[in-house]
Design a protein around this ligand. Structure first.
Ligand SMILES: *Cc1c(COP(=O)(O)O)cnc(C)c1O
Length: 404
């Protein structure tokens, strides 16, 4: 059926869809690079990148080619069989990181679910049934399944769904003393985002991650880095742990990994992986050939010196102009983040207005994100052209100049 025969509008969202989202008024229909066209033919610049997902923009020719080539060969076989794209991707991820083994899932939450289950299984088998406590950070975000909202440090996402999962403790982020106080022989894992994304784009301090590593070693707990948002080049290195020089035992990836095709991955060492024996965990779609073919090409493109150094240069381009706007409009108190995961903290005068600004920017042709009520978040394509950064920031400035 052609789109002319089956017209849809934003109103249909409220008519037919579960109301757990509140999408903006326009409907994007296609994209090219960092530009998106909506139903009315209006062009927008994309600084949202599908929430840090479209790591190579829209319709990247090499990704379209990888996907369509695989689409003509084999879509799905399940994990009763393995497949070439999954094996190639696992091999590449192992070669590029600390990891020796990979488990594929379909989203960040599922990658984390696997990580948390593995951490508990590992501890139970190695050290006994009492070692099950997971320590995570306040304001952290790890996904929306029941286990992952409970590990996440934002009660607004975990309240109201019946009894909470037992054995999870939260400590303030970047607070070494609090972590030291909380960790014990009962701890099976410490779970951290090297840069808290949803929590407001808050980078960890290096000494905090180093201390977490040492405390985990002392207490025979696993260090889990949730790099669903910070990884795959987003922070200017392939994974943020490389920037910090602190190596986790388990790392999760998703978002930018598939560049827009759903995939998640859990990476770990062979010794730990061995505790997810046949039958202990699984997923029907995990390691799907289409997803893995796209992620493989994405990894090939991102993990090059040119692209990674480009991300750092683009960070500077964003930061310089945002700092200018901060001074001129007295709107941002801090520009923070790494690579192309950038947060602009609103000043007290603008408190709570991030969502209004995101909406207003869309009217000026800019797709933008918030990270909580007081932070604007910028997570564009990792290869966004410099000219599109300038144009998008000019549109943001227009938005700011017409606020009162
Ligand atoms: C987005 C995100 C998740 C959840 O990923 P989904 O693909 O939405 O399940 C988990 N952890 C972090 C750090 C994220 O940013």
């Amino acid at each position: 059926m052609s789109s002319a025969e089956n017209p849809v509008s934003r109103d249909d969202f409220d008519r037919y869809m579960v109301p757990n989202y509140a999408p903006v008024d326009f409907i994007p229909v296609r994209g090219q690079g960092s530009r998106v066209i909506d139903q009315s033919g209006r062009e927008l610049i994309d600084f949202a990148g599908g929430i840090a997902v479209n790591s190579l923009g829209h319709a990247h020719p090499l990704l379209v080619q990888a996907l369509t080539e695989q689409a003509g060969k084999l879509w799905h076989v399940s994990n009763v069989f393995t497949n070439e794209p999954a094996l190639r991707l696992a091999k590449k991820l192992v070669e590029a990181t600390f990891a020796e083994r990979v488990f594929f899932a379909n989203s960040g939450a599922e990658a984390n679910e696997a990580a948390f289950k593995l951490a508990r299984r590992f501890a139970a088998e190695r050290f006994g049934a009492d070692k099950y406590e997971i320590i995570a950070a306040s304001e952290s975000f790890h996904g929306r399944t029941l286990f992952t909202v409970n590990v996440g440090g934002q009660p607004k996402y975990s309240d109201g769904f019946g009894p909470k999962i037992a054995g999870i403790r939260h400590v303030p982020f970047n607070d070494i003393a609090a972590l030291k106080e909380a960790i014990s022989a009962k701890t099976c894992a410490v779970v951290l985002e090297p840069v808290q994304g949803e929590g407001g784009v808050l980078p960890a301090q290096r000494d905090y991650l180093q201390a977490a590593r040492e405390l985990c070693d002392q207490h025979q707990a696993l260090l889990v880095f949730d790099e669903v948002q910070s990884g795959m080049g987003r922070c200017g290195e392939l994974f943020a742990y490389m920037h910090y020089g602190v190596t986790p035992d388990i790392l999760t990836s998703a978002k930018s990994l598939g560049a827009g095709f759903p995939i998640g991955a859990m990476l770990t060492k062979a010794e730990i992986a061995g505790h997810l024996k046949v039958g202990t965990h699984g997923t029907t779609y995990g390691g799907n050939p289409l997803a893995c073919a796209v992620a493989l090409k994405t990894l090939d493109i991102i993990n090059t010196p040119e692209v990674l150094s480009g991300i750092k240069a683009k960070h500077q381009q964003f930061k310089a102009r945002l700092q200018q706007m901060a001074e001129q409009y007295r709107i941002f108190s801090e520009i923070r983040g790494m690579g192309l995961l950038i947060g602009a903290q609103l000043t007290a005068d603008w408190k709570g207005r991030a969502r209004d600004l995101v909406k207003a920017a869309a009217e000026d042709g800019l797709m933008l994100l918030q990270a909580g009520p007081d932070v604007l978040r910028f997570t564009p394509s990792l290869i966004i052209p410099d000219a599109d950064i300038d144009e998008g920031l000019a549109r943001l400035e227009k938005t700011l100049s017409r606020q009162d």
